[in-house]
Write a protein that binds this ligand. Structure first.
Ligand code: DX5
Ligand code: ZN
Length: 220
């Protein structure tokens, strides 16, 4: 199973995001956190900045939308040319219809769940998605501690994906570092978002390599 490392530019220098992305050029995709100060109590960036990043990024973009009214906005973000667009189950009225629209536009469709949200209603619908994001912190801020009690959801998702033979990436986001990535990999994650641990490192490329190796070692 391949291991994907997605550095989150939430921990990069917002005055120079292009340079931030260039620092992590050895990663797989770059994770972009869109927050609206409504779905989460923080405000980051929106469509114009995503479109500008899309033009200069050497890596494909993995958008994580922490915004209300996902059904309306997720397809608009997909039109930006992003490789992957993930919206929150808690913010969508019709997650399947929204995922279908994202796919129609040509992006991979991701569904995210907060730590307290059950994935049970979605396990039968996994074929409708290309990525399932199990949040390992409450969304909103970088630098929080990994919540290990979300791991049973990840194991259940891994079992369901493998049983159905689907190509659904299982992503974790929040508190991923050299201390925690093995726990998430062992529970079935294959796609790892890391913000502070990569951008806080002196050498981001080395940190990406370290995280990649640790994840691979703990993958079944
Ligand atoms: C938090 C964001 C994350 C954040 C992770 O709501 O979704 O992508 O950047 O940051 P770290 O890796 O520092 O926990
Ligand atoms: Zn994120």
């Amino acid at each position: 199973m391949p291991v994907r490392i997605h550095p989150s530019i939430l921990s990069a220098d917002f005055a120079n995001l292009q340079a931030g992305i260039e620092r992590v050029a050895t990663a797989d995709l770059v994770h972009v956190d869109v927050m609206d100060n409504h779905f989460v109590p923080n405000l980051t960036l929106g469509l114009p900045v995503v479109e500008a990043l899309q033009k200069v990024s050497p890596l494909p973009l993995d958008l994580h939308l922490m915004i209300t009214d996902a059904d309306r906005w997720a397809p608009v973000y997909a039109e930006s040319g992003a490789y992957s667009v993930t919206f929150h189950a808690e913010a969508a009225q019709d997650a399947v219809a929204t995922a279908r629209r994202i796919r129609q536009i040509g992006a991979r469709a991701g569904l995210a769940v907060k730590p307290g949200t059950s994935i049970a209603p979605y396990l039968e619908l996994l074929a409708e998605f290309d990525l399932l994001l199990i949040m390992t912190v409450e969304p909103g801020f970088g630098g929080q501690s990994f919540m290990a009690d979300t791991m049973p959801k990840l194991s259940a998702a891994r079992e369901a994906v493998d049983r159905a033979g689907l190509d659904v990436w299982l992503q974790v986001d929040g508190g991923i570092s050299e201390d925690t990535i093995g726990i998430a990999a062992a529970a079935g994650a294959d796609t790892f978002v890391a913000g502070s641990s990569v951008f806080g490192a002196e050498n981001a490329a080395n940190q990406i390599e370290l995280l990649r190796n640790l994840a691979a070692q703990h993958t079944h």
